[in-house]
Design a protein around this ligand. Structure first.
Ligand code: ADP
Ligand code: MG
Length: 336
């Protein structure tokens, strides 16, 4: 019995050590559909088996975040909040508490352009089914869009909504947060070079072995085209666009970035890209800059030393933050 158990173990150990010694160091990658988007991990690993395990850990972490934060899953913690926090304080874990707290601080910084309570009316949009709220329901729900309705109690670990119709959605920040967790897993496993991407949010660890990593900004009106390719190392980049989830009705483009002031899709922008040290912040800021529009959005980013932005307005005009103007995009890699 004892022998039977140990033999396969020893055998697997011998085979895997042998394999590791012959398997060359290499780039490994995987792509999976998680969080309603495409998650991609690419990394350089000295050992194929270990590298694959690290990628699997990142994918598992993304699934965990989805189970916790999805507004579409009936048993997620977020759904529980939306069902009950309008009537009583709801207990939440440290992780959700921290991310909601971070969302609130970005709401303050952006004067309410970023607001997770957009979902109070936002839940009535369904871009696949081509549904949007009626004028009457928007009017009724608009007062419930206001991040000040959210009350977090740190000592009791609870969340409460002061208005019973409030709903929240972390779609503007959760993917960036998941990307940061992915990079933390890479670091913990001593990976030196890699990229983790979830939809429009990416973060790069190191570089592409001595060369910068080039990340493209999509042309908002041409699926195949790019408007820029930015060389990056050790940095995060997020793009919010009006072309990911949208439909058109009577000449109006309904898409997933909602102005908290009107409850309607923002009409004056096509895309907003933000670069910075971490993906949680660049994700929330790309959504914020999109809502703020070119002038206010660039002003916000120009006052944040470690962040840069590239904006395309509804005329197709491209605008950059100050860091890009002083520094041609191709020189960025050497600067950081
Ligand atoms: P994606 O990577 O999904 O394209 P974005 O970073 O562009 O995401 O953010 C869009 C998502 O942010 C929407 O799907 C929605 O969940 C959420 N959102 C929309 N408007 C706002 C807003 N004003 N404030 C905060 N979150 C928003
Ligand atoms: Mg975002």
């Amino acid at each position: 019995m004892h022998l039977k158990q140990t033999f396969p173990g020893v055998f697997i150990f011998l085979v895997s050590t042998l394999w590791a010694s012959v398997a060359p160091a290499q780039w490994l990658n995987d792509e999976q559909a998680i969080m309603g988007t495409s998650v991609r991990v690419e990394l350089w690993s000295d050992n194929k088996t270990e590298g694959r395990l690290v990628i699997a850990q990142v994918m598992a972490e993304m699934r965990r975040i989805d189970r916790l934060m999805s507004p579409f899953k009936a048993d997620s913690a977020l759904t529980k909040i939306n069902n009950f926090a309008g009537s009583r304080p709801v207990k939440i874990g440290q992780e959700l508490m921290n991310l909601i707290d971070k969302s609130l601080s970005i709401s303050k910084k952006t004067k309410g352009a970023f607001d997770i309570t957009f979902a109070s009316a936002g839940f009535m949009y369904d871009f696949r089914q081509k549904k949007h709220p009626s004028k009457a329901s928007l009017k009724q729900l608009l007062p419930s869009i206001n991040y000040r309705h959210i009350q977090l109690n740190r000592s009791k670990q609870t969340i409460f909504f002061k208005d019973k119709n409030v709903k929240i959605d972390l779609g503007g920040i959760a993917k960036g947060y998941a990307v940061d967790l992915g990079i933390a897993i890479l670091k913990k496993n001593n990976i030196q070079y890699g990229i983790v991407t979830a939809g429009g949010d990416s973060r790069i660890l190191g570089d592409r072995k001595g060369r910068p990593w080039f990340v493209g900004i999509r042309d908002p009106r041409n699926r195949q085209g790019l408007v820029a390719k930015l060389p990056m190392r050790n940095e995060a980049i997020s793009t919010s666009g009006d072309y990911e989830r949208f439909f058109e009705e009577n000449g109006v483009r309904y898409h997933h970035i909602i102005s908290p002031k009107t409850g309607k899709s923002v009409g004056y922008m096509r895309s907003a890209t933000v670069l910075g040290p971490d993906a949680t912040t660049t994700d929330a800021l790309s959504t914020s800059v999109f809502v703020l529009g070119a002038r206010k959005g660039l002003n916000l980013i120009n006052n944040m030393p470690k962040f840069e932005a590239v904006i395309i307005d509804n005329q197709g005009t491209m605008m950059y933050s100050n860091g890009f103007e002083n520094l041609p995009p191709t020189d960025r890699s050497g600067a950081k």
